[in-house]
Design a protein around this ligand. Sequence first.
Ligand code: HEC
Length: 319
Amino acid sequence: MRTISAVAATRTCVIVTTLAGGSLVWMSMSAAYGEGGGGAVKPWIVPARAAQKKNPVAADEKSLTLGQQLYVRECRSCHGAAGRGDGKAGIDLEPRPTNLTEPSLWDQSDGAMFWKITEGRGDMPGHKELLTDAERWHVLNYMRSLAPRPPAKEPEFEAPPACGEALSSVVHRYLDLHGALVRSDLNTAQNCCGSFASTLSELAQAQSALDEARRAAWKSDVEAIQKAQAAVSDSSSDLVSLRSAFRDLSASLAQALRHFGHAEASPVLAYEVGQGANSKMWLQAFGPAENPYGRGAPAPDMPCNRFARIRSSGAARVK
Ligand code: HEC
């Protein structure tokens, strides 16, 4: 049987895309990363405050009917009758109009969508002048009805406090590292890699608190994190390789949270956008000043694809 304390790999770098108090950090991170290659669409960055804006218009029948009329008038030519992004006027655009029936659109808050519709980008016209505020919310409500909303996912397993605490400290090291990467602060990032190692061994040890069934899942999650952490450590000589290794670390940590999301003094939400190899994951920290970004914003009511919520458990936070 493998003992987990052997885990303490030398240096770890954790990577998480954090939306502190909204999407600020994620934004600056995408910007900093520049998303090299793959022909991927340039991330469309929404200011945190805009993303947190609540939808003031209930999606009732009246709103949906109005929204549909406005959609036909303003959006259909490009986004298509059914919203699949296949309208005549959109065929030759690059990038193509977004497929509005994609469930992954629910990864974005109403506020974020509203802002995009308002501001536009490239061939997507801004609708500040074309539609009133209320009309933009109606059209958004209608647009939402085109994409099936995926169910929010809760953690699969209950985890005892020891596991929650260990996971919590790993998440915080990861957030620290992420912060350093966002600031392009290599020195601090390297230090974070170092301090991450000790939290990893805690993580491995915490398995003793689990019963047989959950232990297997925990072990495989921890091994994946260790592996990703080792890769991050190996890449810690420069920011570019560090960032690319950070992605795998994000994915492995996200997987653990999906299974065991739990126990955190302030809310941390983990999000997943996209699927398979193209998926991006990030953790979002909100709440009290002790979070790495020192923001006090409450967790906004984000939709969907939330796959783990680290709950407040009163567990001591590991510094
Ligand atoms: C002239 C063509 C055109 C019209 C008209 C148009 N769009 Fe778009 N839309 C686009 C294109 C092109 C994109 C992709 C822009 C990008 O990613 O740079 C887009 C992107 C979007 C997005 C962003 C989705 C995402 O990826 O996050 C939303 C939301 C959206 N459109 C909604 C609407 C709504 C609602 C209307 C009508 C009020 C509308 N669009 C009208 C072309 C259009």
